[in-house]
Ligand binder design. Structure first.
Ligand code: TMP
Ligand code: ASP
Length: 253
């Protein structure tokens, strides 16, 4: 079958040319990587789950007026998105200490932070996505001061939305990463939340037990990643218990 033109292949997703100008098809692979791809595996069903979960979060954000690149889900592994120019930053928001913040500053994982902390990493796999400051971002022209104001505002709105949605199903949003894209509308540009929002890019802990329901299950060998993601999807009412796309994801394309 003739396949669409591939625009870009990343570690967990592929972007294909979309059906209309200004659109792309985002395909979710089953590949899981950690530690800048030093650890790799194929986790059957992960792409299906992340496609559904990212659809759920991005739709919610669109509905409350936080602009995202998401247009619609096309099938089990693909979604239609707006083409955008990705700002080369990973924008991280943290509510509780964990991961690299805990290591860097010696703060015990799970310690509540005095307020949400926004951090930036420069997206460059060869360099291992190093932490950078607003000074670097301004000096190297990755984003303007106006962009930075908009990015912080988007990141904090995503944090409030995601924290509330997860809290409602008994899950703590510890931290997350988003990517921001520029879309051009005539002479104007606007910033949108792009890439994906899924348990690959968030830390999600069960409120009562502290059980990890995110990619740390893979990073730290804590059990079945699909069981963890399926649990998140089940609590959010995304995966019906029975039938197509049920608790065990149906692996059709
Ligand atoms: P960190 O504690 O490893 O810096 O991760 C912070 C958050 O960012 C966490 O929710 C996981 C997410 N993240 C990604 O989505 N991609 C990455 O490459 C890394 C390192 C972290
Ligand atoms: N996405 C990163 C990698 O591939 C790291 C991570 O999420 O831990 O390797």
């Amino acid at each position: 079958m003739a396949r669409r033109n591939k625009i870009y292949e990343g570690k967990a997703k592929i972007l294909y040319e979309g059906p209309e100008p200004g659109t792309l098809v985002q395909y979710f692979k089953d590949d899981a990587t950690a530690f800048n791809a030093a650890k790799k595996d194929v986790i059957e069903g992960k792409g299906v789950l992340n496609n559904r979960l990212s659809e759920f979060f991005m739709t919610g954000l669109n509905n409350i007026g936080v602009p995202t690149h998401f247009i619609k889900r096309l099938n089990m592994r693909e979604q239609l998105v707006r083409a955008c120019e990705i700002i080369p930053l990973e924008v991280i928001v943290r509510n509780y200490a964990a991961g690299s913040l805990s290591t860097r500053l010696g703060i015990e994982e799970g310690t509540p932070l005095p307020r949400p902390i926004v951090e930036y990493c420069y997206k460059d796999d060869k360099l291992g996505d190093p932490l950078v400051s607003e000074e670097h971002i301004a000096a190297f022209g990755w984003a303007s001061q106006q962009d930075m104001d908009d990015i912080v505002s988007l990141a904090l709105r995503v944090n409030d939305f995601m924290s509330g949605v997860m809290m409602a199903v008994g899950i703590r949003l510890v931290d997350f990463k988003i990517e921001i894209g520029r879309v051009y509308e005539g002479d104007f540009q606007r910033l949108v939340v792009a890439d994906e929002i899924s348990p690959d890019s968030c830390r999600l802990w069960d409120l009562k037990t502290g059980q990890k329901l995110d990619k740390d299950v893979f990073r730290r060998d804590l059990g079945s990643l699909t069981d963890a993601y399926t649990e998140v999807a089940r609590r959010l009412g995304i995966m019906p218990e029975h039938g197509q796309g049920g608790a065990k994801p149906t692996l059709i394309n």
